[in-house]
Design a protein around this ligand. Sequence first.
Ligand code: SF4
Length: 436
Amino acid sequence: MPKLKLVTFGCQANDLDSERITGLLLREGYTLTEQEEEADLILLNTCAVREKAEHKVYSRLGSYQALKRRRAGLKIGVCGCVAQQEGQALLNRFPYLDFVVGPSQLTAIPPLLAGATRGVATARAAGYSYPATAPVQRQSGIRAWVSIMEGCDRFCTFCVVPFTRGRERSRPPQEIIEEIRGLKRQGYREVTLLGQTVNSYGRKLTPPVSFVKLLRHIDELAGDYMRVRFTSPHPSDVTDELASAIAELPSLCEQIHLPVQSGSDRILHRMKRGYTRDEFLEKVALLRAKTPDIAITTDIIVGFPGETKEEFRATLDLMQEVGFDGAFIFKYSPRPHTEAEQMPDQLSEDVKGRRLEQALTLLNRLSLERNRAYIGRTVEVLVNREDAKVDVGRHTGRTRQNKIVHFTGDELADGSVVPVAITGATPLYLQGAIAC
Ligand code: SF4
């Protein structure tokens, strides 16, 4: 049986795409291997959101030249956003590369493998790209990603996604419901609905379907068996109706990842984010008014072109004002085709690096404060060994607020839901003991 080595870079959408690629290739008779040396097919599922991730792809591809010479019959392919962005240029640059496949053309991988010539499949899908009948080989038996839309129409000036994943396309609601019904039948305890701006779901469907309406359908199906999350919403589309749904729907977890990117109005305007600092704070206040226990995490970019010391300070102030539970904080990196790449006032790596350090130090303190507030509480934990990265307790799982908990207690099966008394906290996780 031929062996596949699959390497995934980047985001949750790529994690799901890798599960799809694996499903497609297992169906073709492949088995998985961790060893590049014994692989018959090496696939890189790539991310173009940051320059560093893209460079990692090129350096990895460079290292495969000697391997390709040594292993007769080895095929190498690149999928994902770098594939979409570079297309034929990748085949020109790496003559030993066999094929390049964009994120909406995953089902083209088996025919490309069967063909004798090198190939590029980067045509954009007019509608939602991955057929409901195509396979997905999920990594977890407890938590599943469910894609509900692809692409983005917003064109933030730093972001390459609208160029790589294309314009917004929503998946028909019946398909989503059927997929979740199937997952429940298989015993999955949690689904995370995925989309680049997940809460703008359904606007372009005929007839349109609102995101909240979809959530209500899913909640009926999930009952008290499944937890439901979604990521990532755009702050501008956080409505009163959505905040109420989070508060009212039992399956919907008390957690939101709400990317703010900057705390400065001028930078937000230059990023074309479509909201001001005050408007973002109003959304946070709305969510907390309806769901006081909600955990809020975010994305932040430091060192956007032209960002002054004061504007960076405004981001730190906003972080404190909100008191985020967690954040992904990145140095700005210029991306092809984007408006910000052409902005004249790019900051040095040195300045960006120092700002990143400062922001991360503050985040550490804020996350610790938020997590310490759980000490003394008893929380509901979904047991899941996948999060067991720190060996400080016998069991690991997540709260409804998506906080990782390491805890002690008697033997438990993965997928159990148990009460845990919280006794300790770090910036990254909680500690406790099972409460009976
Ligand atoms: S909303 Fe902005 S940052 Fe998010 S995917 Fe769309 S363009 Fe990129």
